[in-house]
Write a new protein. Structure first.
Length: 233
């Protein structure tokens, strides 16, 4: 598994600033104030433009909330374990804000994509889904977050590949490809046991594939809601 911090040569200034914001968020309670934009920019040691890009990345990852007015500033956002594994732990090599946008848009499309997969998946498709669920289980046992995320991505690619929409399918697959191309590693997000976090995500995806196989639309819809609790990535 990748270490906690990537070398300076492996990440852009924007990504390093976003990682610094993530470190600050992990050190305080959800909802606590981090400071003003100027204060955080000075802590990150970057230009205004670079900090604004890093802040955009942190917001897209669900790490921070911005509140205007007196007493406003930057605050640590409430995060589920799914968010911490799915978004904030992706270390990317360049164009960080664009990749963060791709993650955000992909997340928004996930419920539609999964609902469509429940209608259009054949037994052969479901067998391929189960292969990726097995790969996710193996990654949990090995504590291999990189392999886990790759299997997760591939499962969602398979959901997209059965989609009949000539609009949704290429858009979704393009977003996944962009995220994959620029992801250097999956990093431990905080003290939350990574095996526990991955196990939670594995369970939701395994149950989801079972529900799709059973054509249990009510269960599929319930699991889509669980999958989408900001986020599942």
């Amino acid at each position: 598994m990748a270490g906690d911090v990537l070398s300076d040569g492996a990440t852009s200034r924007t990504e390093r600033a976003a990682q610094r914001i993530a470190q600050l968020v992990r050190g305080i309670d959800p909802g606590a104030r981090l400071g003003t934009k100027s204060e955080l920019r000075e802590l990150c040691g970057v230009s205004v433009g670079t900090f604004n890009e890093a802040l955009r990345v942190a917001q897209a990852r669900g790490l921070v909330a911005v509140r205007p007015g007196p007493g406003g500033g930057l605050f640590a956002a409430e995060q589920s374990p799914m968010v911490r594994l799915g978004n904030s732990v992706l270390a990317i090599d360049a164009d960080a804000s664009s990749v963060a946008d791709a993650v955000r848009i992909r997340d928004a499309l996930d419920p539609l994509l999964i609902a469509d997969a429940a209608w259009h998946s054949s037994p052969a498709d479901i067998a391929r889904y189960r292969d990726q669920v097995t790969a996710m289980s193996d990654a949990v046992d090995a504590l291999d977050a990189d392999a886990f995320m790759r299997a997760n991505w591939r499962l969602h690619e398979l959901f997209a590949e059965v989609n009949p929409s000539t609009v949704l399918r290429p858009i979704y697959l393009g977003l996944i490809d962009m995220i994959k191309q620029h992801t250097l590693a999956v990093l431990p997000a905080d003290s939350q046991p990574i095996a526990e976090v991955m196990s939670d995500r594995y369970r939701i995806h395994a149950d989801l594939v079972d529900a799709i196989a059973d054509r249990d639309n009510e269960r599929v819809n319930d699991l889509i809601r669980q999958h989408s609790v900001k986020h599942d990535r």
